[in-house]
Design a protein around this ligand. Structure first.
Ligand SMILES: [Zn+2]
Length: 415
């Protein structure tokens, strides 16, 4: 992933204590004087799922965390960075976005928010602009939004194709995405291509055949928008199983606008994630609770379309693993801000601040089947966000305030 412009400010380092610690290389960096540290390791600190440690330190060696604990017990290192009594959390893991696009849909959003009738087909506007854009324009757009997200604390980012809808344009989108992140998703099945409006079956054949062959080398995941007006359950099953046969792992846009088969299909195929989960039956919730598919909630979409919120409380009470992501895209959720999504989830979806922060870090990692990110414990990647606040709770308590003061990614301070 592109980490944006190189850091121009070096960490404020002070001279290290002289005694060496055998377990930690002295070339390591200790971030000390952390008021509260979210580790997401329940065996640490207060024993909650956040594994919260007060008066904490994190020691980084290379791109890894090598030690976390109470600041007073931090091992000796050459470099010490004073967090100044701020909170530190794992970098956000945004497991759902659509960043390979061109064009602008301001007028559509403005009309929707002004109460004017909204006609579907907005995705087609973006498809036309994306097809017309150059590789350089698309790549610059991805880099721009990734940097925007990084400044807001996101250190791991998934992104998808889905605005090309031809063999060449989908493969191009994924090739460009793969230049910026390892978490790349083939979404040729975003909508039926306008070129195949009269023959959706032929489009499914393309998506499961020639387009898949061209796209699979660049992608880790295969996704489908399983929804009325997009792809039905049988089509979605064909697309996901074809992708799986090519080594891609499924994830599903499921139950966003209406009840439908998407969630059940996701669980049945062991998809890493069922995304949106806004309209769920009790059977859907039970299926999620009994499987290993994460429910990824995307409140930016409900915000930007004035739609009903997903009920996070219902899922959490049933024991479902919940992730929280932005769905950043130019039509229905044009935000790259995970803190904004945390605030919405706490205010309107029944999540506690602790749950929302967990879901935006460890939950996102679970939705990408990653264990090296979304947590701060010995061995995890040194991706962390320093908040200009004494506690992670401020992310919901102070909505809209830019609280991210530093971001470290793979052991390097990048913001
Ligand atoms: Zn989406």
């Amino acid at each position: 992933m592109n980490t944006g412009p190189a850091a121009t400010n070096s960490p404020v380092a002070t001279s290290a204590p002289t005694s060496a610690n055998s377990a930690v290389a002295t070339a390591a960096t200790a971030i000390v004087n952390i008021a509260s540290l979210v580790t997401n390791d329940p065996s640490l600190g207060d024993g909650t799922p956040l594994g919260l440690i007060q008066d904490a330190a994190v020691v980084i060696d290379g791109d890894r965390v090598v030690w976390v604990g109470e600041s007073s017990k931090a091992p000796a290192t050459d470099n010490r960075v004073d967090a100044g009594g701020r909170a530190v959390i794992p970098g956000f893991v945004d497991s759902h976005s659509h960043l390979v696009f061109a064009g602008d849909r301001t007028a559509e959003f403005n009309a929707r928010m002004s109460g004017q009738p909204y006609k579907a087909g907005g995705i087609r506007t973006t498809v036309a602009a994306t097809r017309a854009a150059t590789d350089a324009e698309l790549s610059a757009n991805v880099a721009r939004y990734l940097h925007e997200a990084l400044r807001q604390g996101t250190t791991t980012f998934e992104t998808k194709s889905g605005y090309g809808l031809t063999v060449e344009d989908e493969a191009r989108a994924l090739r460009i995405a793969a230049e910026h992140t390892d978490e790349v998703t083939y979404l040729g099945a975003h909508i039926v291509s306008p070129d195949y409006a009269d023959d959706p079956a032929a489009y499914v054949e393309l998506v499961t055949g020639e387009m898949l062959d061209a796209c699979a080398p660049y992608a880790r995941w295969v996704d489908v928008f399983c929804e009325k007006g997009a792809f039905d359950g049988d089509q979605a099953r064909a697309i996901l199983t074809a992708g799986r046969a090519k080594g891609l792992h499924p994830r599903v846009h499921a139950n966003q606008l209406t009840h439908g088969p998407g969630v059940q299909l996701a669980v049945e195929l062991d998809a890493a994630s069922a995304d949106h989960c806004t309209h769920l039956t009790d059977a859907d919730v039970d299926a999620l609770a009994s499987g290993s598919t994460v429910a990824t909630l995307l409140p930016g979409a409900e915000f930007s379309t004035r739609a009903q919120w997903p009920n996070a409380r219902r899922l959490l009470d049933a024991g479902v693993t919940v992730a929280l992501s932005t769905d950043c895209n130019p039509g229905s959720s044009f935000t790259s801000s995970v803190p904004f999504c945390i605030a919405l989830a706490v205010r309107d979806m029944g999540m506690t601040p602790d749950e929302a922060v967990w879901s935006a870090t460890a939950g996102g990692a679970a939705a990408l089947r990653r264990t090296d990110v979304g947590r701060l414990t010995a061995g995890s990647r040194a991706d962390l966000t320093v908040l200009d606040a004494p506690s992670h709770v401020h992310l919901a308590y102070r909505p809209g305030v830019p609280l991210v003061s530093e971001v470290w990614r793979a052991g390097v301070r990048v913001v």
